[in-house]
Design a binder for this molecule. Structure first.
Ligand code: NAP
Length: 550
């Protein structure tokens, strides 16, 4: 039997109307009286009402909080009222009672977390307890008590809280690490709450594995909610449900997060489709640093949805190869989009790579084959060569490649292989020389560029990228070329692209490359043709929105 499953479901009644006193032990709202004489809203009743996402509602005043709730419950009937965000939480409770009475479809958690345990409430434990009792009387179906508070309370105090009829969540938040999960669980268990909530902080990708293993191990002992916070905890927020978390928490909107790394409810539902994730959902991700703002998850998840592939694509932020390899093995991941700084390093961890990746020494796509082994491909090269091939014959075309990093190498090898005369300029001349030797290309000095004419000038440096301080590498007089290709894709109209347009030159933007390389990855992973036009549409839309915001 699960810990805290103290009562079986009772007949479901509507909450008492405002002004009609509390629910006491009247078995309303799915409550029943346990063998300990305590009235609780039954776990079954709650589980039958809630979805997989609980949206945290905040507000600086009762009116703002209820206004926010009003909007959210149109899409999501399960919400948490963060009463600790209010200067005077008690003042909000009559309005909250009215709200819950009028919306019987809503299931609500009342939370008033103290500052000492990561919340905003500055009052005492006694004051917190009083607010939670009143929240239960106002119709909240669950109340959240931190373990530290529960351990501080006398049994009679906790019993009195439970007599208000709401189910109990005993929660633990660790803002520093993912550790001691079983020990915390054992400390919570004696309180026999209806729900056990354990929230840790992921410092590595592997911390998600620790959290999901814990959920899987203890899921039959309690109604568990397990999440790892932070940028690296996204995996637990998306995959935790299938590991055993009863539900997960989400923010109402971007910027309204109540915990580090919390994801907007709509994104969890529409981009990550967490309602549809099951045991057979294949997991993919973009791995590297930074990937927080990568558009690959948006683009690939949209493609999976469009082509009805049971798969999900996650951002995998890490600087450590071992961490990535552990996650890949343990989840297990079915494919990876590899980005900086792993494109070269990943190769030696793969069973085999295609000839191109080996030659360039960079791999941006990993797939787990039927045999369970990992194989590598490079889709960057085709994503540079194809857009150019569509516009001009590459054989003997004179192409200036600016940069000799991963993208510069892909360009130099790919274009030289097509018969182009590749000329490389790089900030560090030695790197340019080395690449020129390997790819059978030439190098050029900075001052020669203005005096030389090219068929294509291709930028493979981060200059022009959003957030990059330098705005331009070349001056207008140095654009002696028939075409300009900027691999930078955010923003779409980079300073280089704008400069080329002002000179009346045709351009290829980095978005075309980005979508092309992603479409080929999708095909490698799924064996299906990629919905390339849709992928382009969603990426361009996201970039325009980002531009409008800035
Ligand atoms: P990388 O391996 O880190 O190489 C960066 C290159 O840029 C190096 O050659 C570096 O020169 C040069 N560089 C960096 N800062 C510079 C500066 N301030 N002035 C002059 N040169 C500078 O990165 P990467 O993977 O090749 O990516 C390069 C850019 O290509 C990315 O920033 C991204 O915008 C773009 N990209 C786009 C796509 C796409 O799908 N559209 C795909 C991949 C890359 P040193 O050798 O002197 O350090």
């Amino acid at each position: 039997m699960k810990a805290g499953l103290v009562a079986e479901p009772a007949p479901v009644k509507r909450p008492t109307p405002p002004g009609a006193g509390n629910r006491g032990s009247s078995a309303s709202n799915g409550s029943s009286v346990s063998d300990r004489g305590v009235a609780v809203t039954s776990t079954h009743f709650i589980r039958s009402r809630i979805g997989k996402i609980c949206v945290a509602i905040t507000g600086s005043s009762p009116a703002e909080m209820l206004g926010n709730a009003e909007q959210i419950v149109r899409e999501n009937h399960f919400v948490e009222f963060r009463l600790d965000y209010l200067a005077n939480p008690v003042a909000a409770l009559p309005k909250l009672k009215q709200f819950l009475y009028e919306r019987s479809e809503v299931t609500a958690i009342g939370t008033c977390r103290r500052a000492a345990t990561g919340g905003k409430f500055k009052g005492t434990i006694a004051a917190e307890l009083e607010i939670l009792e009143k929240a239960a009387q106002a119709g909240c179906h669950l109340v959240d008590v931190e373990l530290q508070t529960a351990e501080h309370l006398k049994p009679a105090q906790l019993r009195k809280l439970r007599e208000q009829g709401a189910a109990l969540i005993v929660s633990w938040h660790d803002f520093e690490a993912t550790r001691d999960l079983d020990a915390i669980f054992e400390r919570i268990k004696p309180f026999q709450p209806e729900f056990v909530k354990i929230v840790s902080t992921a410092k590595t990708l592997s911390d998600n594995v620790t959290m999901m293993r814990f959920l899987d191990r203890r899921r039959d002992e309690a109604n568990l909610i397990g999440i790892s916070m932070g940028d690296q905890g996204t995996i637990s927020r998306v995959l935790g449900l299938r590991a055993g978390s009863v539900f997960t928490f989400a923010s109402a909107h971007a910027g309204k997060e109540t915990g580090p790394g919390q994801i907007e409810a709509r994104t969890l539902r529409e981009t990550w489709r967490i309602d549809q994730i099951d045991a057979s959902t294949k997991v993919y991700g973009v791995a590297g640093n930074p990937v927080r703002h990568s558009l690959s998850p948006l683009m690939q998840n949209m493609a999976f949805r469009r082509e009805t592939v049971n798969a999900v694509f996650l951002p995998l932020q890490t600087t450590r190869m071992n961490d990535l390899l552990t996650l890949t093995r343990e989840v297990p991941l079915h494919g990876l989009a590899i980005t900086m700084p792993f494109k070269s390093e990943i190769i030696r961890h793969l069973e085999k790579t295609d000839a191109l990746s080996e030659k360039i020494g960079a791999c941006n796509t990993v797939v787990r084959a039927q045999d369970g082994k990992l194989y590598g491909f490079n889709t960057d090269v085709a994503a540079i060569v194809r857009p150019l091939e569509r516009r001009l014959p590459l054989n003997r075309a004179r192409i200036l490649v600016l940069g000799a990093g991963g993208a510069g190498r892909a360009a130099a090898f790919g274009l030289a292989e097509k018969g182009a005369e590749v000329v490389i300029w790089n900030r560090t001349p030695e790197t340019a020389k080395k690449l020129a030797r390997q790819a059978k290309a030439k190098t050029i000095r900075r001052e020669q560029i203005a005096k030389t004419s090219f068929d294509v000038i291709l930028n493979a440096t981060p200059i022009g990228m959003r957030g990059n301080k330098a705005t331009s590498l070349l001056e207008p007089k140095e654009l002696n070329t028939r075409l300009v290709f900027d691999l930078v894709y955010n923003p779409i109209d980079t300073p280089l692209i704008r400069m080329a347009r002002e000179k009346g030159l045709p351009v290829v933007t980095g978005v075309e490359m980005f979508v092309h390389q992603g479409a080929r990855q999708f095909e490698i992973w799924t064996g299906k043709p990629a919905p390339e036009e849709e992928m382009l549409r969603v990426v361009v839309h996201a970039l325009r929105q980002e531009k409008d915001k800035s």
